[in-house]
Design a protein around this ligand. Structure first.
Ligand code: F6R
Length: 596
């Protein structure tokens, strides 16, 4: 998965705009970056490493040209090298191409092109595209026709942008990878995501699968695959450019952890009535579901989905949760009445999209629960509910997890006839309670105490079990240290063998009935000399059993785990900070995983 950007306008130095845009897209991949600006000839710069390496390579005065494309890469075909960085060009260097996605038939196209004397410089699947364009041009096709002809030869998923030498036009196409156009006062943009150009414009057009776009300083034209002009709707995105900056925090992750009260408020706004806690989700007015619910999701979103499924089951709705990569609609009974919910921050995760597409084919009703307006999940599902967390730049998901949990609590109350109002009413006080955790947390000093641990274990029961797994995932991805999360009762069935005085155990001790049983598990690990940190809403009862307490306010058994998770996010952040890890961009990971 990668990020692409294109710009054409009246600004002479397109390279400055492209570099700024690439910084806003780095969360999508950061193992190499490149750009190309159209002048009399094509100027192409690309470097292994982060956008800063590319920035250093581009001359200080910028590149003299008003149209160009850029790319930040997360490798799939070929290792991260200068050669494999995009853009890629044809043999005559008259067209440069950037691409996000996977070309599945690249080998057969490469064989065909090599047989007709095309020379390849990289190991990427993308490089077939400029050579296909070159071929089409030699048959007398116009540049636009050649671009369209090349795209028609591709199997797979793609968002592609191309720029030709001595031209002010950028061409683009989309199939199963995101692409959004931006309409500015001084030019037009295209990108994988809005943060790439939010500094310049908030007016956007989301392309649909199978659509092509042509942008130049005078305007933009969107067409279908046959070239017929398509009417498009211009939307205004509500993101503040400030949202995309760090606002004084050292890392986006810390900023986003601190944005959780606001994110939750936004998620609740105009959905929960002040008086009685009734939930109305306008987007779901036409959702008519009385069958079982299946959740499909990956990673952090999967943990949120497990939480949602538990809530539904408690409220008498049959619900199951599947890892999207393991979901097989053919062997899982899906009927007309089944609702399949894809929980996905980005709305672009390939595994989740594959599962949702499979569900669509079975006739089930599909619902995207996502943070991303105009994402593939929104476009391809029958219904969509936005979690409204605002842009999340750090690779590690934090505020979107909290917003997903809150959105799922609201969704569960809408789908259930037996849901009792009090938990939903309590949602309204949750933002203030999260703020209390942020203001009073001693997570930093606990992180300092245990930064050298061999491993970290997280245990919890019931609604706390997915939160324990999420706590471990966060710790792993940003500290690179061994961490595991378990349902607390499972500890004694194997993992206990790993517990020692060098493996702190974080025990989620909230919720009336399950808390006592989790305390039983605490005594088991203490007997093996493990230091124990309790995350609890009843410190007076728990203090005597543990070494440290991370306190959270009481929000009832269903919502307190959301607060407990904030403490675990902070512990992971401060351990990673002490270890000097690149917190916002952990190695080997990317924000949006658009490959299976
Ligand atoms: C972890 C993390 C990932 C994502 C997963 C799914 O912090 O962010 O585990 O949760 O890749 O991504 P989305 O929610 O975009 O489908």
């Amino acid at each position: 998965m990668c990020g692409i950007i294109g710009y054409t306008g009246t600004e002479r130095v397109a390279s400055d705009i492209l570099l700024t845009g690439l910084s806003g897209l780095e969360y999508r991949g950061y193992d190499s970056a490149g750009l190309s600006v159209s002048g009399e000839s094509l100027m192409v710069y690309k470097r292994r490493g982060e956008v800063s390496a590319l920035e250093a390579a581009v001359p200080d005065e910028g590149l003299d040209g008003t149209a160009g494309i850029g790319h930040t890469r997360w490798s799939t075909h070929g290792p991260p090298t200068d050669e494999n960085a995009h853009p890629h060009t044809d043999c005559t260097e008259s067209v440069a191409v950037v691409h996000n996605g996977i070309i599945e038939n690249d080998q057969s196209l490469r064989d065909e092109l090599e047989a007709s004397e095309h020379t390849f410089e990289s190991a990427t699947d993308t490089e077939v595209i400029p050579h296909l364009i070159e071929n089409a041009l030699t048959t007398g096709a116009s540049r636009e026709e050649a671009f369209r002809e090349a795209v028609s030869r591709l199997d797979g998923s793609y968002a592609i942008a191309a720029v030709f030498s001595d031209s002010e036009t950028v061409y683009a196409a989309r199939h199963e990878s995101p692409l959004v156009l931006g309409i500015g006062d001084d030019g037009h943009y295209l990108a994988s995501d809005v943060p790439a150009f939010i500094e310049y414009t908030d007016r956007v057009v989301y392309l649909d699968d199978g659509q092509f776009a042509r942008i130049n300083p005078a305007g933009m034209v969107v067409t279908d695959a046959q070239g017929a002009i398509v009417e498009t709707a211009i939307e205004t995105v509500a993101w503040d450019p400030e949202d995309a900056g760090k606002s004084g925090y050292d890392h986006y992750m810390l900023k986003e952890i601190h944005e959780q009260p606001r994110a939750i408020r936004q998620c609740l706004r105009q959905r929960v009535t002040e008086l009685d806690g009734d939930v109305t989700i306008e987007e779901l007015a036409s959702l008519d579901c009385d069958g079982p619910v299946q959740f499909v999701a990956c990673g952090t979103s999967y943990h949120a989905a497990c939480y949602g499924a538990q809530l539904l089951r408690e409220w008498d709705v049959s619900a199951q949760c599947f890892l999207a990569s393991e979901y097989d609609a053919a062997s899982i009974p899906v009927s007309d009445g089944t609702l399949v919910v894809g929980v996905t921050q980005s709305g672009e995760t390939a595994d989740t999209m594959r599962a949702l597409r499979a569900a669509n084919r079975t006739g089930a009703t599909t619902l995207a629960l996502t943070n991303t307006v105009g994402s593939s999940a929104v476009r391809e599902c029958d219904h969509a509910m936005l979690i409204r967390a605002g842009p999340e730049i750090s690779v590690a998901a934090t505020k979107t997890f909290a917003s997903q949990q809150v959105a799922l609590a609201m969704l569960a109350s809408v789908l259930s006839e037996t849901c009792s109002a009090p938990p939903v009413k309590r949602l309204r006080t949750l933002p203030d309670q999260v703020q209390w955790v942020l203001d009073t947390s001693n997570a930093r000093s606990i992180a300092e105490t245990y930064e050298d641990a061999d491993a970290y274990f997280f245990i919890g029961r019931g609604y706390n079990a997915p939160v324990a797994r999420e706590g471990a995932l966060k710790m792993k991805e940003i500290t690179y240290k061994h961490a595991e999360g378990f349902a607390a009762g499972e500890l004694k069935h194997g993992p206990l063998a790993m517990v020692s005085d060098r493996t702190p155990v974080f025990a989620l001790v909230t919720g009336d009935a399950t808390a006592t049983r989790t305390l039983g598990n605490v005594t088991e690990v203490e007997a093996r000399d493990a230091p124990v940190v309790a995350v609890t809403d009843s410190p007076a009862d728990v203090d005597q059993y543990v070494d440290h307490v991370l306190e959270v306010p009481t929000a009832g058994p269903r919502l307190t785990p959301i607060l407990a998770n904030v403490q675990l996010q902070l512990v992971a952040y401060w351990v990673a900070n002490r270890l000097g890890r690149p917190i916002d961009k952990p190695r080997n990971l990317a924000k949006s995983v658009t490959v299976e």
